[in-house]
Write a protein that binds this ligand. Structure first.
Ligand SMILES: *Cc1c(COP(=O)(O)O)cnc(C)c1O
Length: 843
């Protein structure tokens, strides 16, 4: 190991002694973008921030030092960005989301700042390898899956498109659990992501807000003689902000992600201390801090309801108080200018209490009248719906809601009364409609319907793919669409090509730069330029070579984490996403077992070899999903160890799927499995990441698959399964899964193998519940789509045998994936919903 003194004195080309404040201009060490400046900065941080003598320096110390050096390089851009929108009074987007699944930050920040090569050189000068250093960074798991990752992609695009914006969320102390696999079953381990510190965030203890909870309301007369309402809470805690810079690619814009952390209020605790009740003070602190303790799994059946409501209210009120405080500070803007200066987007219903909270702040705290407050509220909010699944549409039992947020319940009643008056005026004598639209649900005990609150309180409501937005208008929000058709729109999701192409697929990035030239990274439709290379055999060979290298990289990772060896010449057939019945991981297993069955019963059979890869977490309380994981691992263990079949197939369950290992997965896939029941997946974004990286899709007409197929061309997409209309028709007639088993002997054999214990050492109890569910009460119609899926898979195998045909299809998929950039999606949000324009930042 090189001693730090030597590093500091190493020749740097300009100054022999670059040591913090003494030698070389400090500005250089803090902000210089050359390899020399970065090396000096890392050395400096090793001494002044890490404070470890050279003899004990390890890779993670270099990681931390480099991360701090990189953060320094964003700092001026960050402050300039904020100062500019304050000075110019520019309109700002606030993206309210209970989840931000950001992924590792170092590589992305180096990329966006344009200093990857400089950092690599700087570390090499220090005897370190950048890739090893990057690998030291853990995953900040502050999200469950697609919804949280979407929020992160949108922040990247907002910054890259130079739109002033703030992401607001929760700084969970424990993010999504770490998944381990023991004896084939999922085991959840606590994710203590902050234990090694987080070099990216800056805490701002002075930027904190009080959060009331519980208690009651009372009326009083103010000094002007007006009757007002005051909320007398039972408890008060506070939210402290932690800010993380979000650097745009190739621009100076550096936006902010503000995450709130819960704390006890000092005065409360102090009171207890002063009265000698030390333990009460500590209790108070412990209870307050549980509010931002853990991330709730999103498909968990009913758990900790009250705390989740508190979490939602907690981050919403802190964010809105922050927005109002900035608003009133900057150029003394009147509150009436709120919708001209802020667009607040509700990412699903999790932050939808914001509608009532902004009303409370405007009316109770800022003394506005009802009509003005309501007008400002509706013009400020937009709402994005993410699901049609009835079990995922949030409602709060009235009793829980009223006890926790008594003032908000009063406001919601008032909003509802005025809203239902409007409904009755438009649709006279239609009390059924009024009941359906009410913000208060009556079925199964009274409850507050959060999707209705979000819809009534927003000027724009959108779904996340064309099909989903249409279904929204014809199903869950049909009545609202009939009342306000002009509020409804669509913004198809997108993913950031910075992280999901440039950063995670450097091989493809290089090939693209060489073939179509740079520029595609901020204008993804330029990938179209690839079309002119499809008929070039040398180019196709290089295309395959890139994919092959990515597969070797993933195979190495799979081997190190599971012990399973994969051959990178095989087809990599991949399904990675949360484990859920509607996503139908079990349908993919049925195909695997069908192939197993064919190989076992036809000893001479030869099939194109495939590696089947799964990854994804199941909500801890979702027992069926956990059993599906066991089904995958059990089939895998049998297949992988049977010499009759393991020459042709292997099955891998990759533990702990997250953004960090997703970087290895998407670029290595040949086939992308997007096989949800039509009508159930709102959009999907995994499907887009695969397409951009040249995988072909086998999929249903669901979510954004519809648009992926449209863009790629039907001939470059493997379609199967019932359409959404057909799904509804089958259900209306009464779905009889057994009839599909009776007609299909291979399906019967597959189910028998699974239920009979072939993959579970003869134990027929382990997988039988999954099979029983498929045969007796499966709302996701797996068996109805089985034959169509398996037959389409046979075609996939045939096409795979012809390298050139497959490569052409692969290139065309990437070439036509430009629509699925989050830059396109964010432009649409900015133009059609937020009215937020670009603001370039000068340093
Ligand atoms: C993109 C992504 C998802 C979403 O995948 P879908 O296939 O759209 O469900 C989930 N988890 C991670 C880590 C992702 O990167």
């Amino acid at each position: 190991m090189t001693p730090v003194t030597d590093l500091v004195n190493a020749p740097s080309g300009q100054s022999a002694q670059v040591n913090g404040a003494q030698a070389g201009p400090t500005g250089q060490t803090r902000t210089g973008m050359t390899a020399d400046a970065l090396r000096a900065a890392v050395s400096d941080h090793l001494v002044y921030s890490i404070a470890r003598p050279p003899a004990v320096l390890r890779a993670e110390h270099y990681y931390r030092a480099l991360a701090l050096a990189v953060r320094d390089r964003m700092q001026k851009r960050w402050m300039a960005t904020t100062q500019d929108w304050l000075d110019l009074s520019a309109k700002v987007t606030c993206y309210l989301s209970a989840e931000f699944l950001m992924g590792p930050q170092l590589g992305n920040n180096l990329l966006n700042l344009g200093i990857e090569d400089a950092a690599r050189q700087a570390l090499a000068d220090l005897g370190q390898d950048l890739d090893e250093i990057l690998d030291c960074e853990g995953e900040p798991g502050l999200g469950n899956g697609g919804l949280g990752r979407l929020a992160a992609c949108y922040l990247d695009s907002l910054a890259t498109l130079e739109r002033p914006s703030i992401g607001y969320g929760i700084r969970y102390e424990f993010g999504i659990f770490k998944q381990e696999i023991a004896e084939g079953w999922q085991v959840e381990k606590t994710d203590n992501w902050l234990v090694h510190g987080n070099p990216w965030e800056i805490d701002k203890p002075d930027a904190s807000y009080l959060v009331n909870w519980g208690g009651h309301t009372e009326q009083y007369t103010d000094v002007t003689g007006k009757l007002r309402v005051r909320w007398v809470p039972q408890r008060v805690l506070k939210g402290v902000s932690y800010d993380t810079p979000v650097q745009g690619y190739g621009v100076n814009t550096c936006n902010t992600l503000t995450l709130w952390s819960a704390r006890a209020v000092e005065s409360f605790a102090l009171d207890a201390f002063n009265t000698g009740d030390f333990y009460k003070a500590v209790d108070e602190e412990v209870v307050s801090e549980t509010v931002s303790k853990v991330l709730y799994p999103n498909d968990e059946p009913e758990a900790g309801k009250r705390l989740r409501l508190l979490q939602q209210y907690f981050f919403v009120t802190c964010s809105l108080q922050d927005i109002l405080s900035i608003h009133l500070q900057r150029a003394q803007l009147p509150l009436s200018a709120l919708p001209d200066k802020w667009a607040i987007q509700l990412n699903d219903t999790h932050p939808s209490i914001a509608v009532a909270e902004l009303m409370r702040l405007l009316i109770d705290e800022h003394q506005l009248g009802w009509d003005e407050a309501w007008d400002l509220t509706v013009r400020t909010f937009g709402y994005t719906n993410h699901t049609l699944l009835p079990e995922a549409l949030e409602t709060w039992p009235l009793r829980i809601f009223g006890e926790a947020l008594p003032r908000h319940l009063e406001l919601i009643y008032e909003i509802n009364e005025r809203f239902l008056t409007e409904v009755r005026a438009r649709f006279p004598d239609d009390e059924e409609r009024v009941g359906r639209m009410s913000l208060i649900g009556e079925e199964g005990g009274k409850s507050v319907r959060m999707a209705h609150l979000a819809t009534v309180g927003s000027h724009a409501v959108n779904g996340v793919a064309a099909l989903h937005s249409e279904l929204l208008k014809s199903s869950v929000l049909k009545d609202f669409y009939e009342l306000w058709p002009e509020r409804f729109g669509n913004v198809t999701n997108g993913v950031t090509p910075r992280r999901f192409l440039a950063l995670s697929n450097p091989g493809l990035r290089g090939l693209l730069d060489e073939s179509i030239g740079p520029g595609w990274l901020t204008d993804l439709v330029r990938l179209r330029g690839l079309e002119s290379f499809v008929d070039d055999p040398a180019f196709r060979a290089r295309w395959r070579e890139v994919k092959r290298a990515n597969k070797s990289r993933l195979a190495e990772y799979v081997h190190s984490t599971t012990g399973i060896e994969l051959d990178p010449t095989w087809m990599f057939d991949v399904q990675v996403k949360r484990i859920h019945e509607y996503k139908r991981q079990h349908l993919m297993v049925l195909h695997i077992v069908a192939l197993y069955h064919r190989l076992k019963t036809n000893p001479g059979l030869v099939i194109p070899p495939r590696a089947f890869l799964f990854g994804g977490k199941a909500a801890p309380g979702y027992t069926m999903a956990k059993r599906i994981i066991k089904m995958i691992t059990a089939v895998g263990a049998t297949v992988n160890n049977d010499p009759d079949v393991n020459r042709y197939m292997k099955v891998v369950f990759l533990p702990n799927f997250n953004v960090k290992n997703a970087h290895l997965v998407y670029p290595a896939a040949n086939l992308s499995e997007q096989i949800s029941t039509a009508g159930k997946e709102a959009s999907g974004t995994g499907n887009m990441k695969f397409m951009i990286n040249g995988a072909l899709t086998i999929g249903t007409l669901d979510g954004a698959n519809v648009e992926i197929r449209q863009e790629a061309g039907a001939e470059n997409f493997f379609l199967f399964g019932l359409t959404e209309d057909q799904v509804e028709a089958v259900k209306a007639e009464g779905y009889r899964p057994q009839s599909f088993v009776e007609r299909d002997p291979e399906l019967a054999a597959v189910l028998e193998l699974l239920a009979g214990g072939t993959f579970t050492h003869g134990d027929s109890e382990v997988l039988r519940p999954v099979v029983d569910n498929l045969i007796h009460h499966d709302p996701f119609l797996v068996l109805a789509d089985y034959r169509s899926y398996v037959d389409r898979q046979a075609e996939v195998s045939r096409v795979w045998l012809d390298d050139d045909v497959w490569s052409r299809m692969s290139i065309r998929n990437t070439a036509r994936s430009g629509k699925f950039s989050s830059d396109r999606a964010i432009r649409e949000y900015c133009d059609e919903i937020w009215g937020v324009g670009p603001m370039s930042v000068d340093l």
